[in-house]
Design a protein around this ligand. Structure first.
Ligand SMILES: O=C(O)[C@@H](CO)OP(=O)(O)O
Length: 249
């Protein structure tokens, strides 16, 4: 028996369009992002991939993407589970900064190390910075040492995996079709785990906005179709290219 796992990165956000490092800043979708989310849901409906449960982060760009996609698939009524462990990577002191300006100031190597290396986090963010979430009430129950001030992808894998094993995988093993609406880097962390991608190779993997990626998960929690299947491969390729080139003027 296999179950269907659908990964959906949120549609374009206001800060994706402005080329700003976002991380845990709670930025909303723009019009293009809303249209992408709706289109993602239409693709699900046309393939009869109908989620039984949805897991999202606690950030509105993922929450709204899930709502728009499920509405388009007529599945707006399914149970929702939200958790900070699915949040975007915390981008530390880079949150709110212009990607092209950072690339210019620090050079391509440092810029790409901060963006895509597996284990080098950006500098820590001051907890009183205007783009810090340290005092945000939605994280009030988290012990202060768990509230990130910066994260590399390795940190995201470590905080995301307990949620995978405790919440998402049990839904799949119960035979449910599961939608995970999340973020570029939290989904890179999950895909790295599912496909067994090495720490080096994961640097080259980007997730497109708003295009469902479907895995068939077996009874051991492993994909029967490694790499998954994008429901709109052309749109996925175009969006992957755009994500890759962020920060280039
Ligand atoms: O700014 C961010 O939070 C992420 C996702 O939009 O960007 P990047 O692709 O550079 O990791």
């Amino acid at each position: 028996m296999t179950s269907k796992l659908i990964l959906l990165r949120h549609g374009e956000s206001e800060w994706n369009a402005k080329n700003l490092f976002t991380g845990w800043v709670d930025v909303d979708l723009n019009d293009k992002g809303r249209a992408e989310a709706q289109h993602g849901g239409e693709l699900l409906a046309s393939e009869q991939l109908l989620p039984d449960v949805v897991h999202t982060s606690v950030l509105r760009r993922a929450i709204h993407t899930a709502e728009l996609a499920l509405n388009a698939a007529d599945r707006h009524w399914i149970p929702v589970k939200r958790h900070w462990r699915l949040n975007e990577r915390h981008y530390g002191a880079l949150q709110g900064k212009d990607k092209a300006a950072i690339r210019e100031e620090y050079g391509e190597d440092q810029f790409m190390t901060w963006r895509r290396s597996y284990d080098t986090p950006p500098p820590e963010q001051d907890i009183d910075n205007e783009f810090s979430q340290y005092h945000d009430p939605r994280y009030a129950d988290l012990p202060s040492e768990v509230r990130p001030r910066t994260e590399c992808l390795k940190d995201v894998v470590a905080r995301m995996l307990p949620y995978w094993y405790d919440q998402i995988l049990p839904d799949l093993l119960a035979g449910r079709t599961v939608l995970v609406a999340a973020h570029g880097n939290s989904l890179r962390a999950l895909v790295k785990h599912l496909d067994g991608i090495s720490d080096e190779e994961i640097a080259g993997l980007n997730i497109p906005t708003g295009v469902p990626l479907v895995y068939e998960i077996d009874a051991d929690g492993k994909p029967e179709n490694p790499g998954g299947r994008y429901l709109d491969p052309e749109a996925a390729a175009a969006s992957i290219e755009a994500v890759k080139n962020q920060g280039k003027k």
